[in-house]
Design a protein around this ligand. Structure first.
Ligand SMILES: Cc1ncc(COP(=O)(O)O)c(C=O)c1O
Length: 472
């Protein structure tokens, strides 16, 4: 493709995306197709000869029935993976530059922009200054919170064993603590890092589904008595099921006393700290060894983009650093530069900070705050409607933009209600189970969700529940 052809086809692609944005509400939010339906549309074999770009682009439309529209303003499922124009364009530029930023020297701008933007974020979110690159810490962009947790756990493992696990293999006595509500990525991390699922303790939660520090203390005590080595605690700011906020201060003091690594996972809710009034969620974060949040969830930056901050970068680097001769270079040898390959699992890395930089500059702090406040306000309104309803109840507090609620008709009723709602294509909600109760979740965080979308969703929920009541 020549630059001129690229220019021509590129315009068509941008037009396609803009058209999609304009009509996204006209599609069923949750894809309604059957397994295999999309593959059946595709030719059996790859083309032997070149095809016209126009035809390739046209065929994207044929995939649309198999797309669940995460960027629909009627998407209220899971946690969002929102995006925005500046982010998409930043991503495009990153692909256009096509660099691989494993070392500072393989593209200094990739490393330096990343360090700079992550330092900005420390200030923007009011995070502890120790996470900045001019202190002992620093930030790095990972593909996901799952990878961030794995990196933090590896560093903790090495700190606990004086870097012996890296040399000799894993010590089976290391123990990891998380609450019963911690995201499943911690279980995966424990398996990947080689600590063994049997060494993962799930700490009990309180009536608001936040980790109970007293149970954590008891578990640590028991493990010490059993000759095990408590190593790592994962606390969450905004759990996936119900947005519970673990008490970081109490957990942090326990970790300090017992010399455990504290990792804080703020995957979605961390973004709320852009606004001063929500910074209370991070109270106690100064006691953490590492922290991550995902701009690719709620900060208008398309997947993938997780920011991991560590208080002591040397531990992380010592854990992950390997220097083969073919990557040796003067800048690395000088010790004056960051080589982000030593802060993550893969060697290669994309220029992800570009899209984050675009988003932050395009919206400005005030613009980002505006959208976060808007989302939280809409969620709070929705929670209020639930509270005032005779047939629905709020299941647990809704501190930010996730509302957990249920119809009073019981588990089976709620399950069928959700199925009907999602089948309508007008909105997409997901569920969880809390205290054996089937609970519906409505998370408001898509970039273009407006009040009228949330009102329509509430009307549809009420109407569908009434119709279901007639047949139940
Ligand atoms: C609290 C929490 N942590 C971690 C994750 C995993 O995120 P990722 O897909 O970035 O690995 C999620 C995903 O929803 C989450 O809710």
């Amino acid at each position: 493709m020549t630059p001129d052809e690229f220019r021509h086809h590129g315009r068509a692609v941008i037009d396609w995306i803009a058209d999609y944005q304009e009509k996204v509400e006209s599609f069923p939010v949750l894809s309604q197709i059957q397994p295999g339906q999309i593959r059946n549309l595709l030719p059996q074999n790859p083309p032997l000869h070149a095809e016209h770009f126009e035809n390739i682009l046209k065929d994207v439309d044929r995939l649309l029935p198999g797309v669940t529209h995460w960027q629909s303003p009627n998407f209220f499922a899971y946690f969002p993976a929102n995006t925005s124009g500046p982010s998409i364009l930043g991503e495009l530029l990153s692909a256009g530059l096509g660099i691989q930023g494993m070392l500072w020297s393989t593209s200094p701008a990739c490393t330096e922009l990343e360090t700079h933007v992550l330092d900005w974020l420390v200030d923007m979110l009011g995070l502890p200054a120790k996470f900045k690159s001019d202190a002992n810490g620093g930030g790095v962009i990972q593909d996901s919170a799952s990878s961030a947790t794995i990196c933090a756990l590896l560093a903790a493992r090495e700190r606990s064993t004086n870097y012996e696990s890296n040399e000799k293999g894993c010590d089976r006595r290391l123990v990891v603590y998380a609450s019963t509500q911690t995201h499943s990525s911690i279980e995966k991390a424990v398996k990947i890092v080689g600590l063994g699922r049997q060494n993962l303790r799930l700490i009990q939660v309180d009536e608001h589904f936040a980790m109970r520090p007293d149970d954590l203390v008891l578990q640590i005590k028991q493990d010490l008595q059993d000759g095990l080595i408590p190593c790592f605690v994962c606390a969450t700011v905004g759990t996936t099921s119900s947005n519970a906020i673990d008490p970081l201060s109490e957990i942090g003091h326990i970790c300090r006393k017992e010399n455990l690594w504290l990792h804080v996972d703020g995957a979605m809710s961390g973004t709320a700290a852009l606004c001063r009034e929500y910074r209370y969620i991070n109270t106690g974060l100064e006691l953490a060894d590492s922290y991550c949040f995902n701009p690719h969830k709620w900060m208008f930056t398309n997947f993938d983009c997780d920011c991991l901050f560590v208080a002591n970068r040397e531990i992380l680097i010592k854990t992950l650093k390997v220097i083969p001769e073919y990557l040796n270079n003067k800048a690395t040898e000088s010790g004056d530069v960051i080589d982000y390959k030593d802060w993550e699992i893969p060697l290669g890395r994309r220029f992800r900070s570009l899209k984050l930089w675009f988003v932050i500059r395009y919206y400005g702090i005030k613009g980002l705050q505006h959208h976060v406040r808007r989302h939280i306000k809409m969620a709070q309104d929705f929670a209020g409607w639930i509270e005032r309803s005779d047939s629905f109840e709020l299941f647990c507090p809704a501190p930010l933009n996730l509302v957990c609620f249920r119809h009073t008709g019981g588990n089976s009723y709620n399950r069928q209600l959700l199925e009907r709602l999602n089948k309508s294509g007008n909105l997409f909600l997901t569920h969880t189970i809390l205290n054996d109760q089937y609970v519906l979740r409505c998370c408001i965080g898509q970039t273009h969700t407006e009040e009228h979308h949330v009102k329509q969703a509430w009307q549809q929920i009420q109407k569908t529940a009434m119709e279901l009541g007639k047949t139940f």
